[in-house]
Design a protein around this ligand. Structure first.
Ligand code: ARG
Length: 298
């Protein structure tokens, strides 16, 4: 039974699990079509229900800074070309999840997007991943929603997955993954707060022992589980998490790409030897995403 909901029921700890390699490359999505045209999460409209307005020129400049930051630290970047009408295609974290395996291989699970407007993105990921030579897996028909690595976070360096259940991913998805990989430990978190609608808005794995997280997104079981998996986890204050501090990405165990202005998260990380790279992602935050959402690690 490799799905675990409480720290008490989880008999192992990360150091006892098979090692896997880090996913060292990223796929970004060209933001040429990026826009907010319907509010599919609470960040996309203001208090009066008016849709956020995107400055597309600024969005492109922010995206180019993100791309340049990855390249500067030696992370190879691939780009998914824009497609007419696919306004969220730049959020490449959602249409698939790449899982590193203990034998050194990897496999990609294709998403079942919760909103029809995003479903066409999945075929584009399928094409990209097939060309990259990564074996593809599909969820059974009975899985209603599964949004890739928005809700499935690989534990750095170990055969262990942190799995969110909420508005975008159904528990059935994690059961399907567990059946395919009985040797994989999957820790299941119920998302509690609609502002943290994907697990990647609430928890950012940084290393084998450290992660950023926001308390408000989790129930007690979830908090105990993540603290057991990441004994040095850093609780980020709510106001920083609402700036998407927990949507940071650490591709190499050292550099952490994170939204600018999350002072507490940045100083706690520096104290532990990480090097935060602060980036402005204001235009993408208006759509409910920041750094982690803007990339697929593969
Ligand atoms: N507007 C997009 C959506 O609601 C944002 C996706 C952000 N992605 C993420 N992994 N949190 O689907």
């Amino acid at each position: 039974m490799p799905l675990f909901r409480t720290a008490e029921d989880w008999p192992r700890r990360p150091e006892a699990l098979p090692a896997v390699s880090l996913l060292g490359r990223v796929l970004l999505g060209d933001p040429a079509e990026f826009d907010v045209v319907e509010a599919i999460n609470v960040h996309m409209a203001d208090a009066d229900g008016r849709l956020q307005r995107i400055d597309r020129g600024l969005a492109r400049r922010q995206w180019q800074e993100l791309r340049a930051a990855y390249e500067r630290i030696g992370v190879p970047v691939e780009v998914l070309p824009a497609r007419p009408g696919l306004v969220d295609l730049c959020f490449t974290a959602n249409p698939s999840l790449v899982l590193p395996l203990p034998d050194g291989g990897r496999e990609a699970w294709l998403a079942r997007m919760a909103h029809p407007s995003r479903q066409p993105e999945v075929a584009l990921h399928e094409e990209f991943l097939a060309a990259a030579g990564i074996p593809l897996r599909r969820m059974p028909e009975t899985v209603g929603r599964f949004e890739g690595c928005g809700d499935g976070l690989v534990h750095p360096g170990r055969h262990l997955l942190h799995a969110g259940v909420g508005p975008r991913t159904a528990e059935a998805a994690w059961q399907a993954l567990a059946e395919a990989h009985p040797e994989l430990d999957i820790l299941v978190y119920e998302l509690q707060d609609e502002r943290f609608y994907h697990l990647d808005t609430a928890l950012a794995p940084l290393s084998e022992t450290c992660a950023l997280y926001v308390r408000e997104a989790f129930d007690r079981d979830g908090l105990e589980l993540l603290q057991a998996a990441f004994p040095e986890a850093i609780a980020v204050p709510l106001h920083e998490a609402l700036r998407f501090a927990c949507n940071a990405h650490c591709p190499d165990g050292r550099h952490v790409l994170i939204e600018r202005g999350c002072a507490r998260a940045a100083s706690e990380m520096r104290r532990r030897g990480f090097e935060p790279i602060e980036l402005e992602t204001s235009e993408f935050r208006k759509s409910g995403g920041s750094v982690f959402c803007l990339k697929l690690a593969f």
